[in-house]
Ligand binder design. Sequence first.
Ligand code: DGJ
Length: 742
Amino acid sequence: MAIKVNSETKEFHLYNRQVSYIFRVLEKSNQLEHLYFGEKIRHRDSFKHLIEREIRPSCNMFEGDHTSSLEHIKQEYPSFGTTDYRYPAHMITNSIGSQITNYQYHSYQIIPGKPALENLPATYVEDFQEAETLEITLIDEVLESKLILSYTIYANRNVICRNAKFINEGKDSFYINNAMSTSVDFPDDQFEMLHLTGAWAREAHVEGQKISKGIQSIYSARGASSHAHNPFLALKRLDTTEHTGEVYGFSLVYSGNFLGQVEVDTYSVTRVMMGINPFQFKWKLNPNDTFQTPECVMVYSNEGLNGMSQTYHDLYRTRLARGYWRDKERPILINNWEATYFHFNEEKILSIAETARDLGIELFVLDDGWFGKRNDDTSSLGDWFVDKDKLPNGIQGLSEKIDRLGLKFGLWFEPEMVCKDTKLFNDHPDWIIATPNRRASHGRNQFILDFSRQEVVDHIFSLMDDILLTSKISYIKWDMNRYMTETYSQSLDYDQQGEVAHRYILGVYNLYERLIEKYPEILFESCAGGGARFDPGLLYYAPQAWASDNTDAAERLKIQYGTSMVYPLSSIGSHVSAVPNHQVGRMTPIETRANTAYFGTFGYELDITKLSDEEKAKIKTQTAFFKEKRQLIRNGDFYRLLNPFESNEVSWMVVSKDKKEAIVGYYKVLAKPNDKYYRIKLTGLDPDKLYAIEGKETTHYGDELMNVGIVLAEDYTNRASEYWKREKSGDFSSKLFILKEV
Ligand code: DGJ
């Protein structure tokens, strides 16, 4: 890995074995020109030959110079108003109302490793040799402001991380209207834009379309990264597949309002930007203050979408997730939400826990409804005091009993919310996000606490701390069940209201950080009505996230497939639930429910006390199986094989890093009569290794499995000669194939 600087030509080249990123300082204007991002190219003493100039009718910066139009120069961090007419990466309004900026190159420094971002989550290094960071300082003399653009390249990852920092060095405040984390101008538009879209209970559906002239974007203005769009987009070449071809990924390490925008101009240049959504954003930067953008993690892969995903998986699993649980096997949990909803008592909980323990489950999670008078979703959020009618021995007593059963105990909170019938709301009605003299809209009968205020965060910390101090809690499910409306904070001035949504997320991060610091061994699982904040920002604090409230196995195939575009299996909360499924009413076999949930953190969410002995025996086998395979599932390389958005068959697999072991999941959504012959072509194996497939007598070389595939119509056991007498698999069937080198 290297960051090379050509001092004479003022060029910067970040590269490792896989990727190159090159930009330069423009001679006259001292702004930054982007030259290249993609497959690694050799370093040259000069990259002048990459400069692209042509006289075209346009406005130019310098008189007598007809090639100084920023509209025709690919830029690193574009501004608006001085010859470029596309959307800019930043926009500032100064004290005289001008929005023209001119940040000019001042200096650079190369820092071994990767500096942390103040108060914001970010990827990191454990050893400074893992990465190098280039910081470019630019100065706008009129604005009296510095801009630091930061670029990190990892030694062994096809990743470039970017962020920007604004510093006000003048005497007047100014307003930042837009501050993207990254902006890249690609020289052509032969891309498809792929992203993850959805809604409650159908998160992370993969969508893609060829980009066209004009703007296409994904965004959130909901106060959370949202179910609607994940803060991720990829630009893939038109012929790129899961396994071959070029793709650029952009993933924002942030949990609030964001924008991912692709603009194709009339010259077919493609500008990609990602950062905090400028819509509804306005940050007042006072003299001597700084504003730090979140980090954008950009991945370049020439090994298709799988290549991109694996890069994100490894980075996010090992250098974004942190702390005690990062590398540990996660416990198999059982959550009582779909088992009891709000209606439980200690006896019921203990009976579920005891059965769970007997079936090999390791952690019991008590979900919503244990506090205040919360018997439905109309009340009590914010009164984090146990409901003694349900739990006469308190959380302390219950947690101790569960501990004595030999299970770990976890608890649900929704720390950011309040209901109006609570002491918290009565004592502090001004602590909710609401606009004076306007109606405050509710979501699920609840209101959002103003986490942009430190005293609110402090108060919630102390309420949670009281419970954590006295009980045996090893896990917290941190939920968040509504979006922001009438966004306004009573603690900020009229000209700072554009800061509320970002300050709110900083407050959320702050509460997480304090809890983690005090209780480093608690495993956090983030949740937002399912996957509304399944984003890299929260993975920094909570190494796993509840992917969706939809626990139906067939629906989960899509949700988990989409989520895996960016997020490692170790982060994807996935449970086996009851049938008929509570979200869609579908019946699926318990084997398929487990075969789907294994490819995630794995757990259960149903009343197991009501199951038949046969079903209980199956669960016992499943937990034993997962315990044996969980190392492989969390640490191996994940490959998507067959796409649920395109076919009736779905398949994926995990291969151990040494390629000695693999596990393949194969799912057939609807049964078909007298259908075609099926084979699954595997990938990622060692072509020369000989593998045994559990349950089969034959052995197979890696090259056979990857080129011929596993032949599925190999049913030697089913002897009935008449088709209608043979046993049928039915809808939603599935199979696992366990491969081991022999
Ligand atoms: C939404 C979550 O996604 C569910 O898992 C559950 O915790 C409910 N909230 C509880 O209200």
